[in-house]
Write a protein that binds this ligand. Structure first.
Ligand code: ADP
Length: 491
């Protein structure tokens, strides 16, 4: 891997402003998911070192939180500028450890950095209220304060953006943070720490604890009463476990969990727009996003024309090494991901689905699953109930609006949903009826720092991005100021 700033590749943990090895020098390997080649080895932290990271964040909190928002904003802005300046190196690191095509990695660096820029500004606008009082001799105020030390546990699918959209609002309002990145992608997290250090982030404010033993580190982060908030993005099963573990100390929680996104195409949709939206939503990052279209529902009247165009577009997608020009889809992240995709496709085919594009692993590499289109999918197939997290699109045919709303909502998940159509009354009806935290209308791309990202039902709670993203890191304090002698009337 060639980097113009080789120092951006770090292999130690970042705790209290220092690059530290694990006690006993323990390490774990980071591999390129395309070739399985070892990229490097990274410090493998356990509970003792994690405790030290919490100590550091706890010690740094009083000073960091007492600064003005404008002071913190200057440092965050420098951090943003450094991410932007090192975009190419960060993208190279990302493609090597995560596998996505370079163009997508560049896009993620820009997207990830945008949360820092956004919250550097938004942190200056944490307003409270002065509330009309119940007594003439008292005043009521509601002020907002940072919750305290924040733990962030993040996934491998967006190794930079999933960190910045938690850490930027936390730091902007005065919290200090300990990040535990995913074991598949620690290098991007450590590169962020390097750039934070370069930006002049005070010691202890931002700490990164890589580990191959997430449960051990997770139990320290959830068990320590000094950690007042946990923000997690990952699977619903792990989210539930972390919520249980956090019950002992009643932490404030943000959980951004799995999805099972419906993508609905009504008869009056613009076909080319709907096909482009479906391809973007389904195949971006090889389908490894929690907002990926998981089930594509197409109305009978437009079915044949839509499938013909979608099939052509899917056939054009190239799977291969992320660093090679022309690659649209990289490898799946690991063997477990491949096994899952193979199981879901086999079950669907067993139950009557037809593969019209792709199916199976491509010659390009052992984890390169072909972009796949499955027709005649049905709700009783496992692929309809589980998050695919791979480049496989199951398509369902439907007749009526009522029928498709019922099908779309028939899942415990409630993260993102999408639909295409042009009848304005129906757009309002369907947008209201979909039981999801986010709805894309005539678009397959909804993520941006300006908008509130998050789910309902078993997709979790809390919002990331937008002005609402700050609230997850704030607590309200009510001040009742008594003993104020009411103004005397007359003499
Ligand atoms: P995925 O299926 O995307 O790997 P996970 O929920 O397993 O989803 O992983 C998301 C993040 O949660 C990763 O950083 C992973 O290391 C972490 N994680 C997994 N299990 C635990 C656990 N028991 N405690 C704390 N963190 C965990």
């Amino acid at each position: 891997m060639t980097l113009s700033t080789p120092a951006i590749l770090r292999t130690s943990a970042y705790i209290n402003g220092e690059w530290t090895d694990a006690d006993g020098g323990r390490t774990f390997t980071v591999r390129d998911p395309f070739s399985d080649e070892v990229i490097t080895t990274v410090a493998d932290l356990g509970s003792t070192e994690t405790q030290r990271a919490v100590d550091a964040a706890y010690a740094a909190f009083p000073e960091w939180s007492s600064r003005t928002a404008a002071d913190r904003s200057v440092i965050l802005r420098r951090w943003f500028d450094l991410l932007t300046a090192h975009r190419e190196d960060l993208a190279t690191l990302m493609t090597h450890e995560q596998g996505k095509p370079l163009a997508e990695s560049r896009g993620e660096v820009t997207y990830g950095a945008s949360f820092i820029e956004w919250f550097a500004e938004e942190g200056k606008r944490v307003y409270g209220d002065v509330i009309p009082s119940h007594r003439t001799d008292a005043r009521i105020l509601a002020i907002k304060q940072p919750v305290g030390v924040v733990a962030a546990i993040t996934p491998w699918n967006f190794p930079i953006a999933m960190i910045t959209r938690k850490v930027a609002p936390a730091l902007a309002v005065g919290c200090t943070v300990v990040v535990k990145p995913a074991e598949d992608t620690p290098l991007c997290a450590l590169a962020l720490a390097y750039l934070a250090q370069e930006a002049g982030m005070p010691v202890g404010v931002f700490n990164v604890v890589p580990t191959s033993r997430p449960a051990e580190v997770g139990s320290v982060l959830t068990g320590d009463a000094r950690v007042r908030k946990l923000s997690f993005t990952g699977s619903t099963a792990t989210g539930k476990k972390l919520m249980e573990q956090s019950a002992g100390t009643l932490k404030k929680l943000s959980l951004e969990l799995g999805g099972n996104a419906p993508f609905i195409v009504f008869d009056d949709a613009d076909i080319s727009g709907a096909v482009a939206g479906a391809v973007a939503s389904k195949y971006r990052n090889g389908g490894q996003t929690c907002v990926s279209a998981n089930r594509i529902f197409v109305q009978s009247g437009i079915y044949d024309a839509f499938i013909e165009e979608l099939s052509r577009s899917v056939g054009d997608l190239q799977v291969g090494r992320g660093t090679e020009a022309g690659t649209d889809i990289g490898p799946l992240i690991n063997d477990a991901a491949l096994t899952k995709v193979e199981r879901l496709v086999a079950d669907a085919v067993d139950k009557g689905a037809r593969i019209v594009r792709g199916g199976g692993v491509a010659d390009a590499g052992p984890r390169c699953y072909r972009p796949t289109l499955l027709l005649d999918a049905r709700p009783d197939m496992a692929i309809s109930r589980e998050e695919v997290f791979g480049p496989v699109a199951p398509v369902y045919r439907f007749d009526t609006e009522a029928e498709v709303i019922e099908l779309a909502n028939d899942t415990p998940y409630g993260l993102a949903a999408y639909f295409y159509g042009n009848d304005h009354a129906r757009i309002w009806r369907v947008a209201g009826a979909l039981d999801y935290g986010m709805v894309g209308i005539n678009t397959g791309m909804i993520s941006t720092a300006q908008a509130p990202f998050g789910g309902v039902k078993e997709s979790g709670f809390g919002r990331e991005g937008s002005k609402y993203g700050l609230e997850d890191y704030l607590v309200i304090k009510y001040l009742c100021w008594g003993g104020l002698t009411p103004k005397q009337t007359g003499r």
